[in-house]
Design a binder for this molecule. Structure first.
Ligand code: BMA
Length: 321
């Protein structure tokens, strides 16, 4: 039985979420070739954890690498990127891979990422053992980012959140949900939520994108997401939460007006891209009332933040737009 990485809330902290005291848990040079390791995903695996890590190399080529950990905090990341074989289609081009998410559905671990195919779109792959990997059809046409699967089928279909975008540093973006009978053909695209009006909640007024795999809760799905404000000094990425209807995830029942986590620590404010908190994975335990969120910090390192699951849910309801 794996225990969730955890540290109690520091004395005097009045926020609903707090950071691991020894952040960042993964430094930029954790493997010899890396310029930076950030926006990465982890999942319970055997008696510990496995992960898929975004490691940009020193030519700043973006690729994803498998890694393993006993405690979810100390990681051994493979020195070679994931090498995919053919999944549900013949091999398709991949100019780059970044921002992975991982979840277990039915019999295998599914991986989604931003896949370079004439611009960014959503790549899909799977593995049974984190040794052998298979790449499937891209979910969508370019341009799209932040493809995040639900951890179980909804009404008999696979469901994925995504954020249609452009070919560059997209200055817009809302969250959609799409469905598939087979992980190959995607449709029934529905809008989930849009950016907020600037005066209402400015940290999420430029673009938003789903973060970790949504967490099933009594009220529906807890969806952690990133929100962006375009400041005079560039984009600033923070994290918020929303609750989606269990059977119809395009229906938002609550959404945080204040952020849950925003760039404040030095490793979040200073790095290759300053002022970025970018969540891509979460571990949770309902019994222990724990939530541990993995996030990329300043496009350079990986940080860990904690919260009591019940308090994050209560905060989302009580501070909803
Ligand atoms: C987004 C993606 C993320 C990155 C973020 C901040 O568009 O490229 O990988 O963390 O910008 O630079």
């Amino acid at each position: 039985m794996n225990t969730i990485p955890w540290q109690e809330k520091p004395d005097g902290c009045t926020d609903v979420m707090w950071r691991y005291a020894s952040n960042p848990i993964i430094k930029r040079d954790a493997i010899p070739t890396s310029n930076s390791i950030f926006n990465s995903a982890v999942v319970p695996f055997k008696d510990g954890y496995a992960g898929v890590f975004r490691c940009d190399n020193k030519a700043v080529q973006m690729n994803i690498f498998a890694g393993f950990s006993k405690d979810g905090i100390h990681w051994d990341i493979n020195h070679q990127p994931i090498n995919f074989g053919e999944g549900n289609t013949s091999m398709i081009e991949s100019d780059y891979k970044y921002d992975p998410r991982v979840t277990f559905i039915e019999d295998r671990y599914w991986i989604t990422w931003c896949n370079g195919y004439h611009g960014p779109t959503i790549g899909i792959g799977y593995t049974f053992d984190f040794k052998e990997f298979f790449q499937c059809e891209n979910a969508f046409l370019p341009f799209n980012r932040n493809g995040v699967l639900f951890p179980e089928k909804i009404d008999g279909k696979y469901a994925m959140l995504s954020r249609p975008s452009d070919n560059g540093h997209t200055p817009f973006g809302d969250i959609y949900v799409s469905f598939s009978p087979d992980m190959k053909y995607w449709g029934e695209h529905r809008c989930v939520m849009k950016v907020t009006p600037f005066p209402e909640s400015a940290w999420q007024c430029t673009k938003i994108g789903a973060g970790p795999i949504p967490i099933p809760i009594e009220e529906g799905w807890l969806m952690l997401y990133h929100g962006v404000i375009h400041t005079c000094n560039g984009f600033r990425y923070s994290m918020g939460a929303a609750i989606l209807d269990k059977n119809n995830p395009s229906k938002v029942t609550y959404r945080t007006k204040p952020y849950l986590l925003a760039p404040q620590e030095i490793y979040e404010c200073v790095g290759d891209v300053p002022n970025v908190v970018f969540p891509c994975a979460a571990l949770h335990s309902v019994e222990e009332d724990k939530l541990a969120v993995y996030y990329g910090a300043a496009d350079t390192v990986v940080g860990l933040a904690f919260g009591k699951l019940s308090e994050v849910i209560a905060f989302t309801k009580e501070n909803s737009i």
